[in-house]
Design a protein around this ligand. Structure first.
Ligand code: NDP
Length: 336
């Protein structure tokens, strides 16, 4: 069994000393257990947070512990009711080839799911994050302007496409011309602004002539500062992530933006709400999401892009790249 463990806690960006590949015997399932072989490993920005020993909504990975992850795996042998050899499952196996499970927190996808990897993306956690955060906190109305960054990634791309379905003017923000072209031409956003452009804030203002009604916060940093002056009265701001800051060892350099942020919230009567997808919404909402998203995908109203990385050993660098924007679409590692 090859597994990737946390070797040291990074201060700032992770590097070669952060994660390490180790090998051990393949684990044997006991009575009431099943053996899972990882096929697809999901890489997600939250994994950077698990490397820190800080108070958060989830416990950190221990030094020497296997990195946390959801995977799509194949059942190789099973003594768990409801799971048979050959079934595909969504499981919390972590970054490793094999995993022994008693079925806790494992979802059966059946023997021949159509797109098994989608359970880690558009039909799974990132897709549901976009759906719930936008519709329940953002509450977009037809004709309103919705802005989202990391717009070519699984969360941002889905937020923008749902906002289009709801009749909004949608402006994406992404890093570089290739991503921006994809966001407009393939995903159907009204505009996409490159956050690396010198005049980024001016371009964003020009793309939002009626101001911003919903800012779906994925990144923080200078994107947030460019959005603040454009927010309309009673704007909504679902706070989903701040990937621009995940690799910072402490507070960012430069002026204290706290007063600007709070005074904008006060003067513009902005509703800002953070959420963690696992426990912020009623369980029934997931069924609505699954039904709506399956329909939109079938009708071609939502498009979904994956980036496949080959082999478990390539996973650490792929995660570091993801945190710096050197990914294009939902990042998956083909392990099996
Ligand atoms: P992505 O695949 O979109 O990857 C992150 C992207 O962030 C990068 O590709 C890059 O895109 C962008 N980015 C990185 N640094 C910067 C920066 N300094 N300024 C602007 N953009 C930057 O990730 P996901 O779609 O999986 O996740 C998006 C966000 O949603 C993350 O913040 C994540 O933590 C959060 N999230 C929160 C959940 C919750 O429950 N609250 C659940 C799931 C995700 P580009 O090159 O276009 O800039």
């Amino acid at each position: 069994n090859r597994k990737i463990i946390l070797a040291s806690r990074p201060k700032g960006a992770p590097d070669d000393t952060t994660l390490r590949l180790e090998t051990e015997a393949v684990p044997l399932p006991g009575k009431g257990e099943m053996l899972l072989r990882t096929v697809w490993l999901s890489l997600d920005p939250y994994m950077r947070g698990r490397m820190n020993d800080a108070k958060s909504y989830a416990t950190p990975v221990e030094i020497g512990g296997v990195m946390t992850a959801q995977v799509v795996a194949e059942v190789i042998e099973s003594d768990v009711a409801g799971f048979s050899k050959g079934d595909y499952v969504l499981a919390p196996s972590g970054w490793q080839d094999w995993f022994v499970s008693d079925g806790t927190q494992v979802l059966n996808l059946g023997p021949e799911p159509q797109n098994p990897s989608w359970a880690l993306g558009i039909l799974g956690m990132p897709g549901y994050t976009a759906y719930a955060g936008l519709l329940k906190i953002g509450e977009p109305k037809p004709g309103e302007t919705v802005v989202v960054a990391a717009a070519s990634g699984p969360v941002g791309a889905t937020v923008g496409q749902i906002a289009k379905i709801k009749g909004c003017h949608v402006v994406g923000i992404a890093g570089g011309a290739e991503k921006c072209t994809h966001v407009v031409e393939t995903l159907g956003f009204d505009a996409c602004i490159d956050h690396r452009a010198e005049d980024f804030a001016d371009q964003l203002a020009a793309a939002c002539p009626d101001g911003i009604d919903v800012y779906f916060e994925n990144v923080g940093g200078k994107v947030l500062y460019a959005v603040l002056p454009l927010l309309n009265p009673f704007a909504r701001m679902p706070v989903c992530g701040m990937v621009a800051w995940y690799n910072l060892p402490g507070l960012p350099d430069g002026p204290d933006h706290g007063p600007q942020i709070l005074s904008t919230i006060l003067r513009m009567k902005v509703k800002m709400q953070g959420f963690i997808i696992f426990d912020s919404f009623p369980a029934e909402l997931y069924q609505e999401f699954a039904r709506d998203m399956t329909g939109w995908l079938a009708e071609g109203k939502v498009r979904y892009k994956e980036q496949v990385v080959e082999g478990l050993e390539a996973a650490p660098q792929a995660l570091y790249d993801l945190l710096e924007g050197r990914n294009f679409g939902k990042v998956l590692v083909r392990v099996g």
